[in-house]
Design a protein around this ligand. Sequence first.
Ligand code: E4P
Length: 215
Amino acid sequence: MKFFLDTANVEDIKKINDLGLVDGVTTNPTIIAKEGRDFEEVIKEICSIVDGPVSAEVIGLTAEEMVSEARTISKWADNVVVKIPMTEDGLKAVHILSKEGIKTNVTLIFTVSQGLMAMKAGATFISPFVGRLEDIGVNANELIESLRDLIDMYGFDTEIIAASIRNTTHVENVALLGAHIATIPSNLFPSMMKHTLTDSGIATFLKDWEAFKSN
Ligand code: E4P
């Protein structure tokens, strides 16, 4: 199970990368806009910090625009992956790009059919959105499980990036259901790391040690 960071904040990426927990990074136009920095500059910087895949999303909506943007983005770094929305034009673009050896991450996947079509078109990664499904009252567990079953059953090369992760339960669920990767917002890491019994356990150990030493 790999962890990607769902952020374009370079300081957060460096901090969590230092813990040995970062296998890649995902961004989207909203995440990039939050940083208020030049798109190309920030993607290049992230690619230089992280060894694994870094997703950068296209803006164009036609296959021609997506392919053209993807060709440019793919030259920014060896580990850059081009994020393409799950539309008819998106599938066409993924098909062309996969034949050129350009890695893609098909985003905004909400159904098994969408995932299956993206895999068949040649997506390197697919991103089913767990939190946004939950927002409309749908539990994403079945989707993640089914997508993993299809990959194993038919031998697709595609990896699942469970996206739109909002809490530690999401991370734990998608890990157990077979998602290859969870892309996690940096602010979730402290709650994933901590437990009150860990903190109180350390305090007790230290107190007992001090009492022993002073005897
Ligand atoms: C990452 O690939 C997605 O764009 C991101 O996880 C979406 O998260 P959100 O639904 O919390 O905006």
